[in-house]
Structure formats: C-alpha cells, structure tokens
Design a protein around this ligand. Sequence first.
Ligand SMILES: Nc1ncnc2c1ncn2[C@@H]1O[C@H](COP(=O)(O)OP(=O)(O)OP(=O)(O)O)[C@@H](O)[C@H]1O
Ligand SMILES: [Mg+2]
Length: 586
Amino acid sequence: MSVASRPSTQRIAVLPSAVADQIAAGEVVERPASVVKELFENALDAGATSIDIAIEDGGRQSIRISDDGSGMSREDAVLSLERHATSKIHSARDLVGVRSFGFRGEALAAICSVSHLEVETSLDDGAGTLVRAAGGSVVDVAPIARRRGTTIRVARLFYNAPARLKFLRGARSEWRAILDVVGGMALTRRDVRVTMAHDGKPMVTLPAAASLRDRLAAVYGGEFAGNLLEVDDVLGTTHVAGLVERPADAGTATRRAFISVNGRAVRDLGIVRAAESAYRSTIPAGVRPTLFLDVVVAADDVDVNVHPAKAEVRFRDRWPIERVVESAVRRALGNFEAGATFGRTAWPTPVAPPPPEVVDVEALIAEPSSPEDGLFVRDAKEPISAPAAVAPAPVVADVPPLMQLRRTYLMFEHEHGVVLIDQHSAHERVLFEQFMRTIDHGEQPAQRLLFPMTLHLGPAEAEGFERNRDVFERLGFEIEGFGGHTLLVRAVPMPHPRFDPERCLRETLASITGDRETGTHARHEKLAATVACKAAIKAGESLSPAEMRALYVALRDTTLPAHDVHGRATIVQLTWDEIERRFGRR
Ligand SMILES: Nc1ncnc2c1ncn2[C@@H]1O[C@H](COP(=O)(O)OP(=O)(O)OP(=O)(O)O)[C@@H](O)[C@H]1O
Ligand SMILES: [Mg+2]
C-alpha cells in the first residue's frame, strides 16, 4: 500500500522557516540581557576599543550598542542577518581552539527574527550602510554617513513572540541582568572602554583599565578592589590569575563569583567549588568568598561549543584544572598579607613574605633556648635541648623583634605596617597543621605519664572516643579502655610544657560527641582542629622572647598563617598608609 493512499496518518510536517527561526532564537535570546551579551561580543570580535550601550525600559523598548570596531561592507551588513552567516569560522576544523566569541553565525539572525533591528555600519569614516529588518526580513537598505564602526539597535524585542514577552521581568530586573552581563564581559576585556546609559541617564563609565584590580575599582569601588588578594599561578599549560577575597572579609558583603575561561565569562560551578575549597579551614563552612578568576588553558583542552548562549564550556579533563585553581587560590591565602587589615587599605601589588629585617641577631644568639623557653618543644622523650619539634626556631636573622601585648598578642613591624598576631589562634593554626601531618604521615612523639591518668566518661563521650581511637593514637595519646566508660591514659602528646592533657582530652571528647559521621578526611580535620584548639596556648599566658620567636617562625611556615582553624584571623595589620592617614601625613 502506498503512503499516498493513507494521507490521514501523516502527522509530521516540516515547520515554516520563520517558525523554525523563532524556535532557534529562543535558545540564544532569552531576555534583553542575552541580546546585549551577543551584541557586545560581536563588538569585541570586531576589535572595538570603545563600546557604548544605551538601554530603554530595561531593554524591553530598545537596546542600542555602538562600537568603533571594523564595521561591515554593505553586502556583509545584509548577510550578517542571515542564519549561519559568519566571518569567524569557515570549516568545522576552525572550531577547535576558536578565539573569537562568535562562531555560529546565529546571533544576529536570532535577534532579528524576534525584533525590529537596525544596523548602521561603516568600514571607514564616511560612507556607510543602514539595514533595517523586522521579524527576520530585511525591510530597507540605504547608504548613510557614519564613522568607522557599527551600531545595532534592537527595538520591540519579542513583539512577535508573545510567549517570550510574557516571561520578561520588570524594567529594573531586566536592567540588573544587563548590568551583570556587561559587568562580566567588562572584567574579561579590561582594555575596552565601556559606557552604559539607561533611559537616557548615563549609568556606568568604565575607562580602559590596565589591570583587573583597576577595572574592579571602577566597577565596585577602590576600597573593595584594594582589599582583594592577588592569585597568579601557572602549572603545566594552565594559568590561573585573578583576585580573591581575604578570608576575614568573606561573608561581609554581597558575594560575587566571576570566572573566565580563555577570555570568556562562563558559569563553571566546578571551578568555583575548587576555588572555594581553597578556603577550607580559613572561613566557616557555608560562607562563600568573592572570586574573580581568569583561567587560561590550552585551546584544544576546552570545547566552547556546548551551550546555546555560550555560558558554559567543557574541559577535556577538568580535574587537573580544578586542582590548579585550588592550589593557586590556596597559595594566595597563604601569606601574612592575607590577614585582616584595620582600615581597609589597598595593598600594593603582590607582596613578598615578611621582609628580612636583620635585627636583634646578637640578642638571639645570646639567648640559648632553655627549658622554660620550650613552649614548642613537644617531644619529651628527646633531650629538652633538642631542636623544637614544631618548626624548629633556629637562630634566624629574619625574625623581627617581637613584643607581647596583654599577654595575648605578639606585635611586630614590617615593610607595610604594624602586625598583631593572636597567640592562641596562631598556635592553634600551627598545631592543626602539625596534627594533620602526623595523622596523615606518622605518629606523634608522645610523653609517657609516670602515673597513668584515669578518665571517667559519659556514654556519648566514650562512644566518640571509640570512633576516633585511631586518630587519638596517631596524635600521641596512648589510651586503654578500663572497663565501662573509664579510660586509662598512659601517654599524651606534648605540644608544650603548659599543655594540660586531661583538660584537652575531656574538652575534645565533649565537643566531638554527636558529630554526624562524615568522610574520613573531614573527621580527621575536625579532630585535629579540636585538639589544636584545646592544646594551644591560651590568651593571658606570658611568653618568653624565644617562645615568641618560635611561634612566629612556626606560624610563618604554615600553609595558611593568616587564619586560625575556625576561619578567624590570626593576624591583623595596621598599614603605614593607614597610620599616615590617621596622623594627617597624607
Ligand atoms: N559589531 C559588529 N562589527 C562588525 N561585524 C559584525 C558586528 N556584528 C556582527 N558582525 C558580523 O556579522 C556576522 C554575524 O554575526 P552573528 O553574531 O550573527 O554571528 P557570529 O558572531 O559570527 O557567531 P555567533 O552566532 O556565535 O555570535 C559576524 O560573523 C560578523 O562578521
Ligand atoms: Mg556573534
């Protein structure tokens, strides 16, 4: 039986091209902000150095973008509105490692199919072309005079797509979305001058900027930009650069996360998560730091053609890239300058670790470590004069003179200002890292008690101990069950002579009871942090000069000296800048 004899069963028909175009447009053009994004990218691809954006009614009435880029010939201007018309690639092979933002030849056609669109363009100052189109069809082509560059005006967006129109938000939220999109692109291309006006009012002027920090200062203000920490690391073919928030500032203002990959602003949760995980143990869980990161990878390691609005990319192998992001951010957090500042003052560009201040060497040499100075001598099995087990503090010339204030803070000066260290937080950070190392790599030297200590525990604490027995043992506790809920403690770690093992153990067990079962690493971190907190010297204990120096050196050698394990600052600094400002010297 032939198909023709059963026409009533045919239900499939090819859609008219106008309908097909509108459907395709839906993927590219969701709201005014997506139009702005496409037009802005086209201007950048055309080599513009200056882009002016004028929006009416949140883009619902009109969107106009002018650039000083290459412009188009009359023929190209007409052709640019056709689907699959592009000057940016010629074959599928060109897609690999494509450097331009555009490559599909879709955007203008898509926008044109759902709006009234005008193109004014010129290759040189002088004779140019005006193309007017509506609903995807060219209405008029005429010569005009204009300077080099292109202006595209999109009016009455979605006039012929009522379903889309219904989903548009109020002018304010559409404007905000446009600001976000332009903000992101302005951060990736800081060399381009950008202005924006809304309903005739100039709203944003971003001059071309030399650096990300300068551009951020123009977008969000100098104080905000000045307080961010510089990230800059290369590993293999991956380069991660940018600015991130100091842990002490995280959570204090609106959180922003901006990621670009090979110069494209993208959403990439994996990269954001990797960067955030670098803040582990410097900020409380759940607090999310502000991040501005440019990730550059080999062009053929990334596929940019995976998302209709090009808002996402796909990596061939994302794991190593995320690891570089994490370690780069971690390193940025790992110097003294990452500490909180009084008076929000801009740090000069990347700052070196505390400068060698060659001072007091004689005093150091004249002061051999004595048992009282053994705050950081933990290993009581070894002779007490042996180098301290915690970051031995040999006679070093690069320790500045330190002063203890209120038996709580150590103070010193360095190149950029005056620094205060909280002795408890600092020691906590030192012990935490040391404990994590012993948990991961080996046992902690312990001190046998002459008389074993008995601890009577509640059922929950006893259960907490059993669950973490292995970790306690690695930390240097030698403990036997003694029937019921009684523990017999035979040996304890010796973080310092003033360490009170019984109190430490009790408080640690009390604070870990009821913990939900988490991953092994998280459990180790939690326990190491708790023991570190309980074992660290407290505020109010006076320290000898040698102890202060040992603490300084030990802290400096940690991976995150500026933060304790709860996310609080260990270091606070008052910069010379700020001091001079307060004294009216500048
Ligand atoms: N502002 C502009 N200045 C100069 N040429 C432009 C401009 N905007 C568009 N064009 C030209 O029009 C062509 C079509 O633009 P369109 O945005 O539709 O596609 P595309 O940028 O090539 O790819 P995509 O759809 O991925 O954005 C471009 O390839 C470019 O040659
Ligand atoms: Mg384009």
